[in-house]
Design a protein around this ligand. Structure first.
Ligand SMILES: C[C@H](O)[C@@H](O)CC(=O)C(=O)O
Ligand SMILES: [Mg+2]
Length: 456
């Protein structure tokens, strides 16, 4: 790497529990997450020379304190290390923090431990992009294939993609790269909206939001389903009527059903022409998703999943077994960009479209960089690919994503776009931020419990 290592010793890792009271308006609600408070564990990594990297992992309120505690436990793997050395052997560092011989028992590579690792890794990638003075996606597309691939831990995935193949895939896509960058900068990347159909929204609100997003140029609309069939049919029919036959409807059950129930439910929704059913059943049930995919193929309904897929090994099997037609990587659940690139490469090799999960705090900000990278350097196409867009919490970021006419437009800002504006932590840190103190005092939320207070 070109970065001069002097002054890059990591001297501080700060982590905060940050929550926004979205449950009050049912924003983000679905069949199983009925009252999410969009939140994050927010990491600031500081080097000796004062350069900072900002990273986060998304959470839904309660439990953020546990992720924060886990990040604190992982500090020992980072403090005192030189950031330049980390980036020179990023795959080695990745193993250190995801596979410590004692801590791996609480994973490995899944759950809270992996969410914590993701927040730290995201802050390091942000730091790297800032040191190179580039937007994150530009760092990814500019790195030599050998260097980019050196950040990936290939253990468990070489039966689908090897290091050598990965390098070759990236080299093959050097052709036409400049044209794709130009196209991306001029035209942006297509988005779909989930804002219209949260489970807790009234029919009237769903209708008015459909009209609003149609006017904003959106063509793809996602609606939450999975609690009651009659309600789903009524809501989805209303959305279909509003958006017309030429726009696209997707539905998301957030794991509500068993396999056969998912198939039967979706056959009955098929006349409304949904393009995909997202998370029809348990996110761990690979063969179940494969069965649903097979049963729904004659109805031209694809299966989308990935926002709760634990790691690259699970993704590998979903991709190998025809269990997902839309691969929904999440920027903050698996082990940072190191592991996400591995998934993009496997998806490209197995010819599955990647349509990232976003919407939660900072996720739209992050996944735009990943999908831009995919377009320029991996798949080389935007065909049938979309980035999720939810219009929430962007106003809290220094460099929010910019969506114009339903397309994410690349911005020149350096980094991974995850730095909060000054003052946000003072207001929304849980439970002692000024907004939380007020809401708890007003009885809108219960007081924090003893574990939540541990981090405060
Ligand atoms: C709890 C989250 O809001 C979830 O419903 C998000 C999701 O499934 C999606 O955006 O897709
Ligand atoms: Mg979803």
């Amino acid at each position: 790497m070109s970065t001069n290592n002097s002054g890059l010793e990591i001297v501080k890792i700060d982590v905060k529990d940050v929550r926004f009271p979205t449950s009050l308006g049912a924003h983000g609600s679905d069949a199983l997450h009925v009252d999410p408070d969009y939140s994050c564990a927010y990491v600031t990594t500081t080097t000796k020379n004062g350069t900072q990297g900002f990273g986060l992992t998304f959470t839904c309120g309660r439990g953020t304190e546990i992720v924060v505690l886990t990040i604190r436990s992982m500090k020992k793997f980072i403090i005192g290390k030189n950031a330049g050395d980390i980036f020179s052997d990023f795959a080695g560092f990745w193993r250190t923090i995801t596979n410590d011989s004692q801590m791996r028992w609480i994973g490995p590579e899944k759950g809270v431990a992996h969410l914590a690792a993701a927040a730290i890794l995201n802050s390091l990638w942000d730091l790297w992009a800032r040191l190179e003075n580039k937007p994150l996606w530009k760092l990814l597309v500019d790195l030599e294939p050998e260097v980019l691939v050196s950040t990936i831990d290939f253990r468990y995935i070489t039966d689908v993609v090897t290091k050598e193949e990965a390098i070759q895939m990236l080299k093959d896509k050097q052709i036409g790269k400049a044209d794709r960058i130009k196209y991306l900068e001029e035209h942006g990347y297509p988005a779909y909206t989930t804002q219209v159909g949260w489970m807790g929204y009234s029919d009237e609100l769903v209708h008015s939001l459909c009209e609003k997003y149609l006017k904003l140029g959106f063509k793809y609309f996602k609606v939450k389903v999975g609690v009651n069939f009659e309600d789903d049919y009524r809501r989805c029919s209303a959305v279909r009527e509003c958006i017309g036959p030429n726009n696209f409807l997707m539905v998301d059950a957030n794991q509500a059903w068993s396999v056969n129930e998912a198939i039967e439910w979706m056959k009955k929704l098929a006349p409304l022409k949904p393009m995909w059913i997202e998370e029809p059943t348990s996110p761990d049930d690979i063969l179940g998703h494969a069965a649903i995919s097979k049963a729904l193929a004659p109805y031209e309904i694809g299966v989308a999943t990935g926002e709760m897929c634990a790691n690259r090994v699970m993704f590998k099997q979903f991709l190998q077994s025809g269990a997902m037609q839309y691969c929904q990587i999440d920027s903050a659940r698996i082990g940072g960009i190191n592991e996400i690139i591995a998934v993009y490469l496997m998806a490209e090799k197995l010819k599955v479209k990647v349509c990232p999960h976003a919407g939660g705090v900072g996720l739209c900000e992050m996944v735009q960089h990943l999908q831009f990278f995919d377009y320029v350097s991996v798949s080389g196409t935007m065909q049938d690919r979309l980035i999720e867009y939810v219009d929430q919490q962007h106003e809290h970021f220094v460099d929010p994503c910019v969506v114009v006419n339903a397309r994410y437009m690349p911005q020149a800002h350096i980094g991974y776009s995850t730095q909060f504006l000054p003052g946000i932590l003072d207001k929304f840190s849980y439970p002692h931020g000024s907004e939380w103190k007020k809401m708890i005092k007003d009885g809108l939320f219960p007081p924090p419990d003893e574990v939540e207070l541990l981090n405060a």
